[in-house]
Design a protein around this ligand. Structure first.
Ligand SMILES: Nc1nc2c(ncn2[C@@H]2O[C@H](COP(=O)(O)OP(=O)(O)O)[C@@H](O)[C@H]2O)c(=O)[nH]1
Ligand SMILES: [Mg+2]
Length: 456
């Protein structure tokens, strides 16, 4: 595909909305340079070499709108492989609005969400997985998430997947050739070689599939629910963890009726702490809704911090709660709060058990709690070049590929006919191809790029 497919020129603000020192407006398309040239006073941009920058003014008739720096990237050596002009202006929303209006009047049109990146993909500059990584880099909230996204953008597993895909295509075509010979008993595709190739691909896919749990945590953070009975000190703990008065704390049981969330980075991982309404039977309709929501959050959590009030809990209650926690099948931490006024008998019973004892109110043992939270997630530091799946779409496609290949293997073992083998191989190729975008549909692309912001 070449850049000539996209003849129209798109424009959008590439930097954040609002007041800033500098804002950058980006244009991409066949006429990007000539459109800016119409309103730029300084040099004749059409005569200048690629990858150069110039100072000048942008004027609407006699009216000077701003002094700017324009940077020119000539096709095909640009992000979209089209002509690109970046106009750096003063970071005022009014300046930006006037400049974009002027570019629209001069022949550009407003870019759709993700359209620059979509053009980079369609021109073959990057593959689909890399395009998705562009969004991940921009949205990265931790250094680990940034590194995982950069690794993906720089090629990640794309190259290997395309390579394996080509080997598989080779077999698919050999088998299809056999089918053309119909009744004759020919075998172009050596079954043992095919089996070995599939095992090789599967073992590579397995590594990627297994990396998703860690990758997902790195990219999306860990939803961690703080649960327990009313007045156990859940809201106090949230505030203590975040070091701010985020949730209302009171001695009145049932104060927190809705869930309150905030994020915090611990050991390079983004934790999303969710304070919840206390778990109890209640006649209050709104509180009951809150309790319902707490249970839903608990089911979706990656970790539950379950708080017991050490001054007001019996051993029987603890055992009963633990049974319920176990039944959820989600990792949980048992935390005893209000250590400062704990019931001594209960404390004695808890000795040497897997409890973290804290005082959220007096900020005691909070580091110990953080360490315990972290120890549930053995995430290594992401290094340059580490290949890791962070995208749910990729994960699903990898899993589907693996399963289709398993059907081919099973088929080989049971000696099914070539046409069935070919069908499952084609299926595997399809799922694999969708990851890097060798196979795409408009719907898939719309779905991916509509999640981008305008300007990306
Ligand atoms: N003594 C003591 N009181 C605490 C501690 N943590 C919370 N509290 C008190 O317990 C009451 C209930 O706290 P809150 O955070 O609203 O509990 P929640 O209902 O679980 O959210 C408040 O009066 C808090 O000040 C603690 O570590 N020690
Ligand atoms: Mg509360």
């Amino acid at each position: 595909m070449t850049s000539s497919q996209h003849t129209d020129t798109i424009v959008a603000l590439a930097t954040a909305q609002g007041i800033s020192a500098i804002a950058v407006i980006r244009l991409s398309g066949l006429d990007a340079i000539s459109i800016v040239n119409k309103v730029f006073r300084g040099r004749d941009l059409e005569k200048l070499p690629s990858h150069t920058a110039y100072v000048g003014t942008i004027t609407d008739g006699d009216k000077i709108i701003d002094e700017v720096v324009v940077t020119i990237f000539k096709e095909p050596k640009s992000f979209t492989r089209e002509n690109i002009v970046e106009v750096s202006c003063h970071g005022s929303p009014v300046v930006v609005k006037e400049l974009i209006k002027l570019f629209l009047k001069s022949g550009a049109r407003l870019a759709n969400p993700g359209e620059f990146t979509r053009r980079a993909f369609l021109s073959g500059r990057i593959d689909l997985a890399q395009a998705e990584a562009v969004a991940d880099i921009i949205n990265a909230e931790t250094d680990n998430a940034r590194q995982a996204a950069i690794n993906q953008m720089r090629g990640g597993f794309s190259k290997e997947i395309n390579h394996l895909r080509e080997e598989l295509i080779h077999f698919a075509s050999l088998i299809e050739l056999e089918l053309d010979f119909g009744e004759e008993d020919v075998e172009f595709a050596k079954r043992d070689d095919l089996r070995n190739l599939i095992l090789k691909i599967q073992s590579y896919l397995k590594v990627l599939i297994d990396s998703f749990d860690a990758g997902n945590v790195i990219k999306n953070g860990v939803p961690t629910v703080i649960a327990g009975k009313p007045n156990a000190g859940k809201s106090t703990l949230l505030n203590t963890l975040l070091n701010e008065e985020r949730a209302i704390v009171s001695e009145i049981a049932g104060t927190t009726r809705d869930t309150i969330e905030d994020e915090m980075v611990l050991g390079g991982i983004n934790f999303r702490f969710i304070d919840t309404a206390g778990l109890r039977e209640t006649d209050d309709v709104i509180e009951a809704l809150g309790v319902q929501r707490t249970r839903e959050h608990m089911q979706r959590a990656a970790l539950i911090i379950y708080l017991f009030d050490l001054s007001d809990t019996t051993w029987e209650e603890i055992e009963k709660e633990e049974e319920h926690l176990k039944s959820l099948g989600i990792p949980y931490l048992k935390v005893g709060n209000k250590l400062d006024k704990a019931n001594p008998e209960l404390l004695k019973k808890l000795e040497n058990r897997d409890f973290v004892l804290i005082s959220a109110g007096k900020k005691q043992n909070i580091q110990k709690l953080k360490d315990s939270v972290l120890s549930n997630f053995h995430i290594k530091h992401v290094k340059q070049g580490d290949v890791m799946v962070t995208n749910l779409r990729h994960y699903q496609n990898l899993t589907q590929t693996f399963e289709a290949l398993q059907r081919v293997l099973d088929g080989l073992n049971s000696g099914i006919t070539g046409d069935f083998l070919a069908m499952d191989i084609r299926q595997a190729l399809h799922y694999l191809g969708e990851i890097t975008g060798t196979i795409t549909t408009e719907d898939l692309l719309d779905n991916i790029f509509s999640k981008f912001c305008i300007g990306k």
